[in-house]
Design a protein around this ligand. Sequence first.
Ligand SMILES: Nc1ncnc2c1ncn2[C@@H]1O[C@H](COP(=O)(O)OP(=O)(O)OP(=O)(O)O)[C@@H](O)[C@H]1O
Ligand SMILES: [Mg+2]
Length: 241
Amino acid sequence: MAEREAILPLRLEGVCFDAGGKRLIEDVSFGLRAGKRSVILGPNGAGKSLLLRLCHGLLSPSAGTISWAAPEGAGRAHRQAMVFQRPVLLRRSAAANVAYPLRLRGVPARERGARVEEALARAGLGAKSKQAARSLSGGEQQRLAMARAWVMAPEVLFLDEPTANLDPAATRAIETLIGDVHASGAKIVMTTHDLGQARRLADEILFLHRGRLLERAEAAAFFSKPRTAEASAFLKGDLAW
Ligand SMILES: Nc1ncnc2c1ncn2[C@@H]1O[C@H](COP(=O)(O)OP(=O)(O)OP(=O)(O)O)[C@@H](O)[C@H]1O
Ligand SMILES: [Mg+2]
């Protein structure tokens, strides 16, 4: 059954991305398999968001190839979700925001209610389902964005700095949710410049600097023995752009 073929691994081969007359992503190659939580780590401006958007298919590479195991059309687009640094929510209730992707995908109305309720409950927003999404606090909006991604039961969840601008408690809530999504079987691919977060969440690190992938390693190995001078400097807080 084509529909059930795994969409992973995802493979990037010699990927470059140019904009504004500059090469912003330079010759990046790697594969992503199911299982591990993969964290793309690097300083501000390293190209983390661009790389994640390329992986998710929101940008097309200027050179190189990006390919999934499953052929296009095998429901592939619905099987990967992305949560953005600043969530874009509809001017409607929290519940309507979570129901929206289900509607787009043609899930019958009678099934939607229960799935929406479950996703909101998992995100700790069960009591806020009728509240206007844009009146939720920043941390609640980010949890709502997680619920909206999770309701589709994606095989891969891309997260771009999902806790930027959140306080420690809200950050912890999102990190717990990311753990829950991972425990439910989804592949996690996320970006962060936050070393503490990378230490808490990463199984493996992809270290990006000035648009280049400088290192890829198991998290424990990366933090104890970085192989490049740039990664060493970044871990010490000394890496200047
Ligand atoms: N459309 C564009 N035109 C020109 N430059 C761009 C464009 N998009 C991104 N850039 C530049 O590419 C670089 C990488 O941007 P990106 O947003 O991927 O960085 P980042 O690693 O996600 O940083 P942050 O940690 O601040 O989110 C930055 O210097 C940015 O200014
Ligand atoms: Mg970014």
